[in-house]
Design a protein around this ligand. Structure first.
Ligand SMILES: O=C[C@H](O)[C@H](O)[C@H](O)COP(=O)(O)O
Length: 225
């Protein structure tokens, strides 16, 4: 078992009968969905709210009941992955391009848990390129502005060399920052750039992180009360 699988399968302990559950995106969430599908087929009743087309397809295939975000009043708990997490529980998300829907679902959730393998826990964020989701119209203007700022943007592309397009039909610029000194200040700045729909900095947006190790054990990082 690798760290992703350990964390993903452990998250099932947090799910209880009757819950509305936000279903994140990615290869770690895959293991959580697999475990959830087993419970659902054994009789657990929950409603899932997905954060991407990819997760919706998996959940559909595994007969996990779904509702759209517009059709639920609240989400009890969201289980999602992350690309990097710091000790203050700030993180970078969006390596798979699902950041916008993931942030919308996270904001609608009472409680949020991230599942990661231990390699993703870092002292300072920024070695992982920070994704920003931009509108295709005039995206080069945003790219030029980010370059001016020294943020080293790169348009995300498919293996075929076409721009990667998100579920919401936007493009992604990955910012090669190396090091983010102040995540909150950067998030505030990016929140105010015209043309950026959303960014992958999630500042204080999780309550707990389940960290999976290669030997199969799972540690926890939790918000101080
Ligand atoms: O856009 C994708 C999401 O933010 C993922 O949760 C994140 O990239 C982690 O993915 P994985 O579990 O595949 O490493």
């Amino acid at each position: 078992m690798d760290g992703k699988e350990a964390a993903g399968r452990k998250a099932i302990d947090e799910i209880h009968e009757g819950m509305t559950v936000g279903l994140g995106t990615g290869s770690t969430v895959y293991y959580f969905l697999e475990a959830l599908a087993e419970k659902v087929s054994a009789g657990l009743s929950i409603t899932g709210v997905t954060t991407s087309q990819r997760t919706a397809e998996l959940a559909g295939k595994w007969h996990i009941p779904l509702q759209s975000l517009n059709n639920v009043e609240r989400i009890d708990l969201t289980i999602d992955g992350a690309d990097e997490v710091d000790p203050s529980l700030n993180g970078i998300k969006g390596g798979g391009g699902a950041l916008l829907y993931e942030k919308l679902v996270a904001k609608a959730s009472e409680k949020r848990i991230w599942i990661v393998d231990s390699k993703k826990v870092v002292k300072k964020l920024g070695a992982f390129p920070l994704p920003i989701e931009v509108v295709p119209f005039g995206w080069k203007q945003v790219e030029a502005f980010m370059t001016e700022k020294g943020y080293r943007p790169r348009l995300r592309q498919t293996p075929g060399g076409q721009p990667f397009v998100t579920d919401a039909h936007h493009y992604i610029l990955d910012l090669h920052l190396d090091f983010i000194g102040n995540p909150k200040a950067l998030a505030d700045e990016l929140d105010h750039v015209t043309g950026i729909v959303e960014h992958g900095l999630f500042v204080s947006m999780t309550d707990k992180v389940l960290i999976g190790y290669s030997d199969g054990h799972v540690g926890t990082l939790a918000k101080e009360k």
